[in-house]
Design a protein around this ligand. Sequence first.
Ligand code: UDP
Ligand code: MG
Length: 329
Amino acid sequence: MNKKTGKNIYLSIVIPLYNEEENIEILYREIIAAVDGKYSDFEIIFSNDGSSDGSLERLKKLHQTDKRVKIINFRKNFGQSAAISAGFNHCKGDVVVTLDGDLQNDPADIPAVVDKLNEGYDIVNGWRKKRKDKMLTKKIPSFFGNKLISFITRVKLHDYGCSLRAFKKDVAKSLKLYGEMHRYIPAIASRIGIKSVEIPVNHRERRHGKSQYGLGRTIRVILDLITIKYLLTYSHRPLQIFGGVGLFMMGTGFISGLYITYSKYFLNQSADRPLLFLTVLLIFLGFQVITLGLVAEMLSRIYHEGLNKNVYSVRDFIGFTDEDIDDRP
Ligand code: UDP
Ligand code: MG
């Protein structure tokens, strides 16, 4: 640990939580053991993502004994990305570290990711080299998922799903996350030229509570991948993708239209046949693809980014100053 730089750092630790009551105290103690005294100061922000168990009570108890523990309490379950995003919006550290609340990430790795960040990186990602998860529902889909994400986003990492990460403050603040987007953070960031680096970290089995995700997540991850690819490649020129498809359909429709006209007037065949319907369909649909694609994508971007509207809603903030929650939606 580089004491000299560490001592000047205010560290924010952001943890999304959904029904993790049995893990909270152990996690808190492990974090304190890992970071206490190493930095000028720190805060631990727990985003309680609508837990229905006793998580909130446990968090409140922790906050009473340690004011460095802060709670963002969501009105309902908005998902892991939203929970991380809320932590980013209201943290005040120079360096922000995220990790899971289920003890699968090892808080003892926090100083290592922070040190790596201090070497001059914008984002440091954990790489769960020896992953301790179920083969069928986690390891296998994640093996293919990682390969696919790497191929499509062209950001080369081994492990996109690891929640243990360190960010420079401005990088964390500039990210808007929704859907399953937290796993695409390195890719989203690469869009504005932010470079990520990866270091191996410890990974442990889940001891208490149960995983919130099963195989169903794979589908959501893949759907988000389509959006990411769009944002990464075509967002500045949406016409290139929608326009391409639309023009192709209209072009084909136009040619078949010409053919029908020709065969009616020169070959004396009836125009009243299936090809006529196909022609009309292609021209109409082609036009629609162009306009609908444009409108839908632009609208979704304005909805998520332009209006500065958050995808989550907070019931209460505990332990924050008014200043920290100023940017409350
Ligand atoms: N989580 C959350 N909201 C959700 C689902 C999960 O805040 O809707 C939290 C969860 O409490 C944990 C982290 O996100 O701290 C990762 O979830 P989980 O361990 O279920 O994911 P896995 O490790 O199985 O990928
Ligand atoms: Mg987990």
